[in-house]
Ligand binder design. Structure first.
Ligand code: GLU
Length: 677
């Protein structure tokens, strides 16, 4: 074959031949492409490996769903597709979304299918018992719509809901646990009923799918039902999550029976686990819509679990939550305006209140815009994002410190507490952010930033938040895009389970204290209020010459609690300022800072030397770390646990392609109508 023939060879056909060989070697009948729907086998929704295309769940060599020990960082390669793509944190979920896209479903349809599978295969992170935020881009009308499926506090909640058992008993909510090593007692709020908010993810998906779905709602549950019925092998991350929460999962007999063996040990990696209760929940949802969860028997079970008064093998007392059936029946997902700001030659759109994510990312970018960040790009660029420079990390971290300072003070559910000036305009004002940029020194870290001054009632500050969650990014054949971050808050949520899914502990994202010495806290608990989030599903578009929103450029997002803001910002800077592809920016060292002297430099990335030299401190031999220390940063090289899912629309050889990156720190994969460039 000469070079020209090779260039003209159909890449689909080439990898089919290779796959056939692999399949025959493995003694597997050629039914691999059952979802192809025509006689020409293809790569759609299969993962391309060096040995050809492999279908998720096939059990063939290279099957990305084969359970593996979860490792800190497993380098991943950029994936390219022609017209549709899905990136999620789990291979089964990516496959479910991809199958929907392949048969012409919309991005909103695929998001439903993905969530239904994630709630099963990654139950520690998101599910029917949790909440979510979504941004949707409609390619035809060029409209960006934000959706708010955040959990709410019950109508009976007061500002002391998380800190006092009742108005007359000011002890903290039970249980109070004893640490086995130290014998010290502590209060585990997330294990009490007070942590559980009224779930919102399912109502939100229903709303978005009504607006932008193209397939019937009832057809989006098959993958979830089938996997729950037939069973699936427990993945590395799920196994770790079970083992890590083993004792706490005994809070609830239903959770213990599902996640633990009869002898109380954690179900191990690779164990085939079936969830018929979850399959039944999905079947009800597919038949009756979200009402199946918000009214009737499932709603009754949710309320019963929130009102549990004792738990564990010793039946220790637990403070119940005050959620009633009416809280579920009255729950509403909301359409919200996205927070869109320009950044250099782009529009960046994020999620507004009750999430602080979009505003805080926009605030950091607005500060960074005042610097020529391009000159500080990483060196030795490789698939893992190269080696960040000292000044690149310094500038981004300083900008984030100031953005977090404003976040901690001013941002909360705006249906209850207005932003300074009544909208995002004041906090994101270009002149204001320029003045903030002027506070950055290139020679010294500011350590902790002070919030900007606005004409508001005196406000305190809060930064509470846990870490669970997962993110999906989806582009359909029509060019519509979904970015959705979805969560039950901390890993395994509130450890209580009903109808095959875990209930969230999202209310711990509220400030436990209603005020501090400076004033009331914007993010205090109030009846029916939504706790402040950091979730930051983000869409980027070109800035058109008339100043309007131009073509879609990228979609991204991540789990990680309050650190989400850092993960998303570094990914945006990676693509927009440093010219990285979707995988490089996703993989790049997770660096940044909340509003403290500590700057994170994720030591799990192979481009960081996180070892401790003799007589030194962790990371002491790494020039990036020592350079930052010389500028006064307290550097943490602790492993970061982002779960970034990125899609970039790129130009290659005159044609438009989709490029996807899945986070090497998690189990996710990119699928679509892929090809090997
Ligand atoms: N509960 C957090 C939030 O809403 C997310 C937790 C996480 O990302 O792990 O921002």
């Amino acid at each position: 074959m000469n070079r020209l023939d090779k260039a003209n060879e159909n890449p689909m056909r080439r990898s089919f031949k290779l796959t056939a060989t692999v399949a025959l070697m493995a003694g597997v009948a050629m039914t691999l492409y059952a979802c192809g729907g025509n006689s020409e086998p293809d790569n759609q929704c299969a993962q391309l490996t060096d040995n050809g295309a492999v279908v998720v769940g096939s059990g063939l060599p290279g099957d990305p769903s084969a359970p593996e020990l979860s490792s800190g960082f497993k380098p991943k390669a950029l994936v390219s597709a022609r017209s549709y793509m899905v990136v999620t944190a789990n291979p089964h979920a990516s496959k479910a979304g991809c199958e929907v896209l392949k048969k012409g479903g919309s991005a909103a349809d695929a998001a439903v299918a993905v969530q239904m599978v994630l709630g099963l295969v990654e139950p520690q992170s998101s599910g029917l018992g949790g909440g979510a935020f979504m941004l949707h881009y409609d390619a035809k009308t060029k409209k960006v719509q934000a959706y708010d499926g955040r959990e709410t506090a019950p109508a009976a909640a007061t500002e002391d809901y998380l800190r006092h058992i009742s108005a007359t008993n000011t002890a903290p909510p039970l249980p109070v646990l004893t640490a086995p090593e130290s014998g010290a007692s502590f209060n585990l709020l997330r294990q009490s009923g007070r942590s559980v908010g009224t779930p919102g993810a399912v109502r939100m998906l229903e709303l978005a799918q009504k607006d932008y779905g193209s397939l019937p709602w009832k057809d989006l549950f098959q993958s979830g039902v089938q996997l729950a019925t037939d069973g699936f092998p427990i993945s590395g991350r799920m196994a770790d999550a079970i083992a890590g929460s083993r004792t706490l999962l005994t809070t609830d007999p239903e959770a213990a029976a599902y996640f633990l063996n009869a002898d109380g040990s954690a179900k191990a990696l690779g164990t085939i686990i079936k969830n018929p209760a979850y399959a039944a929940s999905l079947t009800s949802l597919s038949a009756s819509g979200a009402n199946a969860l918000y009214t009737g028997p499932i709603a009754e079970n949710i309320v019963k679990k929130i009102k549990m008064t004792s738990g564990g093998s010793t039946s220790f007392p637990i403070t119940p939550g005050l959620t009633e059936l009416s809280d579920l029946a009255n729950y509403q997902a909301k359409r919200r305006d996205p927070v869109c700001t320009t950044y250099r030659s782009y529009w960046v759109c994020g999620m507004g209140a009750p999430s602080s994510g979009g505003m805080t990312v926009a605030s950091a970018l607005g500060v960074l815009e005042n610097f020529d960040l391009g000159v500080y790009k990483p060196t030795a660029l490789d698939a893992n994002g190269g080696k960040p420079t000292v000044l690149g990390v310094h500038l981004v971290s300083e900008a984030e410190r100031m953005a977090y300072a404003d976040r901690n003070k001013y941002m909360a559910d705006t249906d209850f507490v207005p932003l300074p000036g009544g909208s995002t305009a004041a906090l994101l004002d270009k002149k204001y952010l320029k003045s903030r940029a002027g506070l950055i020194s290139l020679g010294r870290s500011m350590g902790t930033a002070t919030a900007g001054t606005f004409n508001t009632t005196p406000l305190g500050s809060s930064d509470a938040e846990g870490k669970g969650t997962t993110h999906m990014t989806i582009v359909d054949k029509q060019g519509n895009v979904v970015v959705m971050t979805t969560t039950i808050e901390s890993g395994m949520g509130s450890f209580r389970m009903t109808n095959g899914f875990l209930l969230n502990n999202q209310l711990t994202d509220f400030s436990v204290l209603p005020s501090d010495s400076t004033g009331i806290i914007a993010n205090r608990v109030q009846a029916n209020k939504r706790p402040r989030s950091s979730m930051a599903p983000t869409l980027v578009f070109k800035l058109a010459s008339d100043g309007s929103v131009g073509d879609f450029v990228m979609g991204t997002g991540s789990p990680g609690g309050a650190t989400i803001i850092q993960y998303v910002t570094k990914t945006l800077v990676g693509v927009l300022d440093w010219g990285m592809d979707a995988q490089q920016a996703t993989s790049m060292v997770d660096f940044g800072a909340a509003n403290s002297a500590t700057t994170n430099v994720g030591g799990e990335n192979p481009n960081v030397n996180a070892t401790t030299p003799v007589g030194g401190i962790a990371g002491g031999s790494d020039p990036l770390v020592s350079g930052l220390r010389a500028l006064g940063h307290t550097v943490s090289v602790a492993a970061q646990i982002s779960g970034i899912s990125t899609i970039v629309k790129a130009q290659r050889n005159g044609s438009t392609v989709l490029e996807g990156g899945a986070d090497p720190r998690r189990e996710g994969i990119v699928l679509g109508d892929t090809f090997k460039p």
